[in-house]
Write a protein that binds this ligand. Structure first.
Ligand SMILES: [Fe+2]
Ligand SMILES: [Fe+2]
Length: 148
């Protein structure tokens, strides 16, 4: 798989976890969503954004993307500090959902187009492997501690 296929697959996982987190009671699904978001953003920034930033046309989009990752992390921090109940929780989770869905769509619509111009097939496949490796290590580092 090339880097765009891998990112698209992770975006679809994130979209489905968001849908589930919005329906769920408690924090379990939210925490799974958070781990996926963190690991995805980490791999995306270090592998995909870094490669795109070298292509001058995509510079503005990558800086915008980094800002959105930052805003997403701020909302995650705030949600972590709250009990998973009531209107305050639901409303903030909804804002997170709107921001994340917007962010994923924008990456797929704007950055993917830039990436197709900037990266040839060989490079895109190489970056795909690097992305997968980075994501795997980030997920391992974020494994929850066993309960009890
Ligand atoms: Fe992103
Ligand atoms: Fe992404």
């Amino acid at each position: 798989m090339n880097i765009l296929e891998r990112i698209k697959k992770d975006h679809d996982t994130l979209r489905s976890l968001l849908d589930k987190a919005e329906e769920a009671e408690g924090k379990e699904v939210f925490e799974e969503l958070q781990r996926e978001l963190w690991a995805h953003a980490k791999a995306e920034e270090t592998i995909f954004y870094a490669a795109l930033a070298q292509a001058k046309t995509a510079k503005m989009e990558t800086v915008e993307g980094l800002n959105e990752h930052h805003m997403i992390n701020t909302l995650l921090d705030e949600l972590n500090a709250m009990p998973a109940e009531g209107i305050a929780w639901k409303a903030k989770l909804q804002v997170l959902g709107e921001l994340v869905r917007h962010h994923l769509d924008e990456e797929e619509e704007e950055m993917f187009e830039d990436a197709e111009k900037a990266l040839d097939d060989k490079r895109s496949t190489e970056l795909g492997a690097l992305y997968a490796d980075r994501k795997k290590h980030a997920m391992a580092a974020l494994e929850p501690l066993p309960k009890g």
